[in-house]
Ligand binder design. Structure first.
Ligand SMILES: NC(=O)c1ccc[n+]([C@@H]2O[C@H](COP(=O)([O-])OP(=O)(O)OC[C@H]3O[C@@H](n4cnc5c(N)ncnc54)[C@H](OP(=O)(O)O)[C@@H]3O)[C@@H](O)[C@H]2O)c1
Length: 374
């Protein structure tokens, strides 16, 4: 049986290893892609260390990886939008509930859903294309799903809504995509980051960038928003929700926060030795943080809801982004793959190193590993 190599997570909280896996033919609404670049996300390293908590449905051996760019090598019988040889970027759905390991991005060939894939213009590298999928899908889920901020959809000719969106954590991958999506939908965007990233976020369309480290930033933002109408906030990064509850509680407009980050972190939990000593306090911190956030939000009349990035797979937001919006704006340069890719190395064996570097932290950069012929 023909096979290719994949980075496998053999069991929950196991180590990654490279193994041969059988090639899979695409289903009717799927395409098969030869992977040329993958990006890494906090999600993938968290699945390795705390997958039993955040993705209890995961079947092992598993193949992780959501962010893929490559070349189409086969198409399903319903596919008219792609042909063999096309360059594409897409959301690899292997880590979503009910999907299969052939859809995990960390392998030489991946199955992508047509509705979650965009053509990649010739002037965009595979590395650039790979930074898009999970962060873009997460941002779009929070902004456009009707049970979240329910914002107007993006277009090539945005008409101003007169409303302001707050993106707390604009230099994250999710934030860079949220800024561009909201601007393309006709919203004014104010955001936060470390100040060295301010010029970059303005180049993506943010009107004002505040220092996320400065204690007075929430009160300065409240002043800035006086007399304006807000459409809510997308909060990314630890501490972001608390700040935005206070800002929205003092502002006019929709008091709703789409939360990308839980109030507490699993970042320092090891998969093996010493796990329980770190996990129990982290879980207690998250539960306590949730209760305190809920009470604070209720007091200020603000609604909050956690985003699950992959949820756009199951509603109209995924196809709206990947079929209708992205192809033309990537072609015209109106939407930029952001943040910039930083190549960690070449080959599946480099992915664990990229995940470890991701854990140590990046600033307005997406870590990428290239695959296939150089
Ligand atoms: N819910 C979901 O479905 C979903 C999906 C994807 C990601 N996420 C979550 O979204 C968050 C961001 O993920 P990502 O991949 O976009 O991250 P990333 O690109 O790795 O984030 C790097 C950036 O984080 C910023 N940052 C660090 N701590 C922060 C804080 N406390 N508040 C605001 N910004 C902070 C840094 O900003 P400066 O360098 O400018 O200081 C840096 O530019 C993570 O918590 C991740 O788990 C959730």
């Amino acid at each position: 049986m023909p096979s290719h190599e994949a980075l496998i997570l053999g069991k929950k909280r196991g180590l990654f290893e490279i193994r041969a896996v059988p090639d899979t033919a695409p289903g009717t609404d799927e395409i098969l892609v030869s992977v040329r670049a993958v990006a890494v996300n906090p999600f993938e390293r968290l699945i390795q260390s705390v997958g039993d908590i955040i993705t209890p449905y995961m079947i092992y051996p598993a193949i992780l990886g959501s962010d893929v760019a490559g070349e189409v090598i086969a198409v399903g019988s319903n596919i008219t939008r792609f042909r063999v040889g096309d360059r594409v970027a897409g959301f690899a759905a292997g880590a979503e509930k009910g999907r299969r390991s052939a859809e995990g991005g960390f392998q030489e060939q991946v199955i992508l859903l047509e509705k979650m894939t965009t053509p990649l213009p010739d002037d965009l590298s595979f590395e650039a294309g790979s930074v898009l999928p999970l962060a873009l899908t997460t941002a779009a889920s929070g902004l456009f799903q009707s049970d979240f901020l329910g914002m107007r959809h993006p277009s090539t000719q945005p008409v101003s809504t007169g409303q302001t969106l707050i993106v707390w954590g604009g230099s994250t991958s999710v934030g860079c995509n949220a800024i561009q999506l909201a601007v393309a939908a006709g919203y004014d965007v104010i955001t936060t980051s470390s100040l060295h990233n301010a010029p970059y976020l303005k180049s993506l369309g943010a009107r004002v960038v505040y220092d996320r480290h400065c204690p007075s930033t929430p009160s300065v933002m409240i002043e800035e928003l006086r007399g304006r109408e807000v459409c809510g906030a997308l909060t990314i990064g630890t501490g972001s929700a608390k700040a935005c509850i206070d800002i929205l509680g003092a502002s006019k407009g929709q008091r709703f926060i789409a939360l990308a980050t839980p109030p507490g972190s699993f970042d320092e939990i090891p998969a093996g030795r010493g796990r329980w000593q770190k996990l129990i306090p982290a879980l207690m911190w998250i539960v306590a943080g949730n209760i305190s956030l809920t009470l604070r939000a209720r007091r200020k009349g603000v609604k909050t809801k956690f985003i699950w990035g992959g949820s756009a797979l199951h509603n109209d937001v995924g196809p709206m982004i990947y079929r209708e919006f992205l192809p033309s704006v990537l072609e015209s340069g109106q939407f930029r793959p952001a943040p910039e890719p930083e190549i960690v190395g070449h080959g599946l064996e480099v992915i664990p190193e990229a995940l470890e570097r991701q854990r140590k932290g990046v600033s307005a950069r997406k870590l990428v590993v290239t695959l296939g012929p150089r």
